[in-house]
Design a protein around this ligand. Sequence first.
Ligand code: GDP
Ligand code: CO
Length: 401
Amino acid sequence: MKLDFPRYTERLGAVSIHAVQRIYELDSGKSKGFLTSHQTIKKFDYDEISNLLHDMAIVIPLKEERLKLLEGVLSGIPNECLVIIVSNSPRSPVDRYAMEVETVRLLGRFMDKRIVMIHQRDSAVGSILKKLKYNSILDSTGHVRAGKAEGMVLGLLIAKMYHKDYVGFIDADNYVPGAVNEYVKIFAAGFGMASSPYCNVRISWVFKPKVRNNSLQFSKWGRVSETTNKYLNSLLSSVTGFETDIIKTGNSGEHALSMPLADCLHYSSGYSIEPYEFVDVFEKFGGILPSKYPNVVEKGVEVFQIETRNPHFHEDKGKMHLNHMLEGSLAIIAASSICPSDLKRALRDQISQITGVKKQKKLDHRTRYPLIAPISTVPIAEFAKEVRENAETFYRLGGLK
Ligand code: GDP
Ligand code: CO
């Protein structure tokens, strides 16, 4: 893969946010290093990418997706990666999870991949996490809450149990296996470029095509991401004093975290998890509030945003879903302790426009989007042992223990 170095970087305390980078060749052959003496382009050869992928897990959050799409996504993930599927599909009246397991099991024979599957609402998983005092992910019945973020955090714990250094997230509803393959290689290239162990790689889609008037429109931004990015940039500008449009990946479901960074983040529930990563990184390492993580501050946190060559085609889940996602994204920015009051006001206006609910004076967004504690608080060896022994929905393929 051949891509450029970031053209510019915004800094906020210990956080470096790199501008969107372009890919020049998806496959740059076997040679590595730099293209010219100017060192503006970086090449990664097969072996470099492959070595990084060996240390990477790909977590696929899955809820009632078409199995054909899941199959395509699996076919796009390079063989070196450990695949972790966390499902929240219904178990009755039809056991969708059993169908997912069966599909993956049959495919696994041909793919010869290392794949782990687990159901988010497995009651043993809830009990184990309760015993280990990881209560922030549980609902009142003692199960892991429903929600995409909750599934992703469970995926992170499983990646940690298999000692992975990097974790990438890829949605199960992608129509293009080639795009999935590109995302994973982009994650590897991002980590390969990082100079800090605390690193976040986010995918910026080149196009998100839509069908309008019976023809394909290659639109770049949807309403949700445009609005979320605008407000995340406002948050950043309010601290630095300089207007910026550097953030382009606020809602990127396709993103990856190095395990040392994943270990110390809080996660916001449901669909607000992706933009909240920015907010949390600013709060913890942006130098505005005192940091509890001197090691991280010393090494710095890097955020890469890399633009794909493949367009993004996924399931259209309708306007209600998009509104819900936008509301969550804006709400968690408004709830931040570093969000200035004029920005809070603007966000409240936006939220009441979306929801149609009149402005509330005191918005308690944190109750609607509770935070999940850092995964470093879970004793991982004990979690691993208990999951292996007791979680009934825990499946392993490809000779995994
Ligand atoms: P969008 O692509 O961001 O609009 O959101 P999607 O609805 O496509 O969801 C992204 C991914 O998360 C898909 O693979 C969903 O199947 C999955 N997902 C949604 N809700 C849940 C959930 O509650 N638990 C899990 N584990 N996955 C979920
Ligand atoms: Co989707």
